[in-house]
Write a protein that binds this ligand. Structure first.
Ligand SMILES: [Zn+2]
Length: 702
């Protein structure tokens, strides 16, 4: 499920959907055990010969060549929105987590405190009989509190405190509040307030006027009405309230910043005294909100999206209390739907996954519960996962590859013709300041103050969300912990954090197919090497370039160099903006070249760096580049492995949403989009200049 409302400040991840419920993918082998069909997920090998379509010409369409047989071999399972290598590994890892959790849930008295927590969290989530039996009783207190607000001005004056309480328990209503590193002084952790409160993925979902967009809004409105009805509301009243909620959210959407603009750090940084912010939203009592959400008192905050709050205040004033109460009630039901009786869970799935993403069936309960533990207690679960599934020598090999790729970037900077000597000095300073984090944190998070009960699915989530909320807000005003991770160890993803200036690779992605110990360097540099290069290049994409070695937003480029950089990135904006991602009855959707620019820059630069690093490593180790394995030379294996990172089989609904919301291009464009700009590619496959994959005008930033 893909809900909005969370504040996402500046983590440049490798792919869509970070922690909870990555809505994607897998390779399943059916085995019959004891009469029951059980799905066993197996990893895709690092070099996947079964996906190669040798009848395709690599110089004409490299994706078709490297991945041409993937879709036929990997039909999309009914419980997934698509299949790719990330999804395959996500399934393998989820299966591993489930094994750990099943054991921990069965546990008994010998369990460690962490085992008790992860086991009981899982057990409570799995106990659907008890969940059904309890009905709405676990959320009754908060629903009563909402209903208890008086109508009119007195009720509205009491809203801030309640909004704070709701947000603390993970119900993201009206706007967002959290903590971030100060963009302009990365040693400081500050409060941030931002737009939010929408149930559809992004503002334009409320505003576009195509037939498909109108249909989604009608389905969303019907979904809200259905949820309210399931909670006992009269159908006619629920229908009216749903219409009011959609109108309210549409007004908020109009006052919100778009996804492309949100990528510009200058546009989302407005540090100001809290008193000034409070004056701008008068007569709203922000102090009561802060009390509700358990925030420390703050003298200043980042008003991330300043145009939003006047609109929010105006709309709350103009909207009747009945609608606002229904809006909060709906959001409580929606946030806890997976832990409420089946009808709520099914209805939420039906809108967010089936209608919006085209996924026919709900993921099985064990997958969802395993991943909910990963979201709530990711480092307690991750500790066990790492001990069982992360081979000790993987870390050393990863560090060696990271070192090789950073050395390649050093050389790459030296060789840039367009960059001045002055900017090069600063670029290297930044490169040498990058911290490398591999696998898992040095110091594990302490969950001892979080209470988990085996028979309280709703309460467990409520307390876990409050625990995480408090942990985040407690950072305000304290020194930055550079050892902290923004992803849990089992996550199949990676990220660059511009304020930390670090690259992070969780143990979850350091597995086949991305890192395969049984494969040669060519394959691993093509797979995980390109991922490392991707994250490193994020430090130097259109967003990352604005932060310096210490993680501060400060312009270290000469104006002339920035101009040249922008001319180079414009080439990528045009290239990717030319790709048609969806071509169906509901209308063509093109890739947004500006929204995806940072990711595309990272893909292109990352591949250049990984190849440079590979060649250097192969030279040092005396590898014969012309020797063939599986029928391909080493350079060919490198590029095939890279492209296979992006083999996919996706449903059009999912691709449509991704293109509209996500800064990552759809998978298969990430293969060819980068290949056409690679200086080493033509030689590896003996392609002629002018072939589709070796265009005369290619793009090159890094
Ligand atoms: Zn990225």
């Amino acid at each position: 499920m893909n809900r909005c409302g969370q504040i996402g400040v500046g983590l440049a991840a490798l792919l869509v959907g970070v922690s909870a419920g990555v809505a994607q993918q897998g390779v399943a082998a059916k085995t019959a055990a004891a009469g029951a069909a059980e799905t066993v997920y197996v990893p895709i090998p690092g070099f996947d010969t079964s996906s190669i379509d040798a009848t395709a010409d690599p110089c004409t369409d490299f994706y078709k060549f490297a991945c041409g047989r993937f879709a036929a071999n990997h039909p999309i399972p009914a419980d997934q929105a698509g299949v790719d290598q990330f999804y395959a590994l996500y399934n393998v890892n989820t299966q591993a987590l489930n094994g750990i959790l099943t054991k921990a849930a069965a546990g008994g008295a010998e369990r460690s405190p962490d085992e008790q927590k992860i086991g009981d969290y899982y057990a409570a989530c799995m106990n659907t009989d008890l969940i059904d039996k309890k009905g709405l009783e676990p959320v009754e207190p908060v629903l009563k509190e909402i209903d208890g607000l008086s109508d009119g001005m007195r009720g509205k004056a009491a809203l801030p405190l309640l909004i704070g309480k709701l947000q603390r328990m993970g119900v993201n209503v009206f706007f967002g509040y959290g903590e971030q590193q100060d963009f302009k002084d990365a040693t400081k952790q500050i409060a941030v307030v931002a737009q939010g409160g929408l149930g559809l993925p992004e503002k334009d979902y409320y505003l576009r006027t195509g037939a498909k967009d109108i249909e989604i809004r009608q389905q969303y409105e019907a979904h809200i009405a259905k949820m309210l009805t399931l909670a006992g509301e009269d159908a006619a009243k629920a229908k009216k309230e749903a219409a009011g909620i959609l109108a309210f959210e549409t007004a908020l959407a109009k006052g919100s910043m778009g996804v492309t603009e949100m990528r510009d750090p200058e546009k989302i940084y407005h540090l100001e005294p809290t008193a000034k912010f409070e004056a701008s939203i008068a007569p709203v009592n922000f102090g009561q909100f802060m009390e509700g959400i358990h925030s420390p008192k703050v003298a200043e905050l980042n008003d991330m999206t300043p145009d939003f709050f006047p609109v929010l205040v105006r709309e709350v004033k103009a909207t009747d209390m009945e609608t606002l109460k229904a809006y909060m009630r709906y959001n409580v039901l929606s946030s806890f739907s997976a832990r409420l009786p089946k009808a709520f869970d099914d209805e939420t799935f039906d809108f967010y996954d089936r209608k919006l993403n085209g996924q026919p069936e709900q993921e099985p309960r064990w997958k969802r519960c395993s991943n909910s533990v990963n979201s709530a207690l990711g480092e307690a679960l991750g500790k066990v996962y790492v001990a069982q599934y992360f081979a000790g020598d993987s870390k050393a090999k990863m560090l060696e590859m990271v070192g090789d790729i950073e050395a390649a970037m050093d050389k790459d900077i030296d060789s840039l013709e367009w960059m001045s000597a002055a900017t090069k000095v600063r670029a290297k300073e930044k490169l040498h300041g990058v911290a490398n984090k591999i696998g898992y944190p040095d110091k594990w998070r302490d969950y001892s103050s979080l209470e988990v009960k085996p028979d309280d699915a709703v309460g467990d989530k409520e307390r876990a969300d409050a625990f995480e909320n408090d942990r985040q807000l407690n950072k305000i005003g304290k020194p930055v912990d550079h050892g902290e991770w923004g992803m849990t160890p089992p996550t199949v993803n990676a990220y660059y954090d511009p304020s930390m200036n670090d690259i992070n690779f969780p143990a979850g992605i350091l597995q086949p197919s991305f890192y395969d110990k049984s494969q040669d360097d060519a394959v691993n540099y093509g797979h995980i090497g390109a991922v490392i290069g991707h994250e490193l290049t994020h430090g130097f994409d259109d967003e990352g370039k604005k932060f310096d070695a210490k993680g501060n937003l400060s312009d270290w480029w000469t104006p002339e160099d920035t101009k040249k950089f922008e001319a180079k990135t414009d080439c990528l904006v045009k290239e990717y903006g030319g790709f048609t991602a969806v071509h169906d009855a509901a209308g063509d959707v093109k890739v947004n070249g500006k929204l995806t620019l940072g990711e595309n820059t990272a893909d292109n630069g990352g591949l250049v760096l990984a190849y440079m690093a590979y060649l250097e490593r192969a030279r040092a180790e005396g590898v014969d580049l012309t020797a063939k394995k599986d029928g391909y030379t080493e350079p060919q294996r490198f590029y095939i492995a890279f492209a296979q990172n992006w083999c996919e089989n996706a449903r059009p609904e999912q691709v449509r949403n991704q293109v509209l919301v996500d800064p990552h291009s759809p998978d298969h464009f990430r293969a060819n989009g980068a290949i056409v700009n690679q200086p080493g590619f033509a030689a590896a496959f003996a392609c002629k200049k002018g072939a589709a994959m070796v265009p005369v005008d290619s793009c090159r930033v890094w």
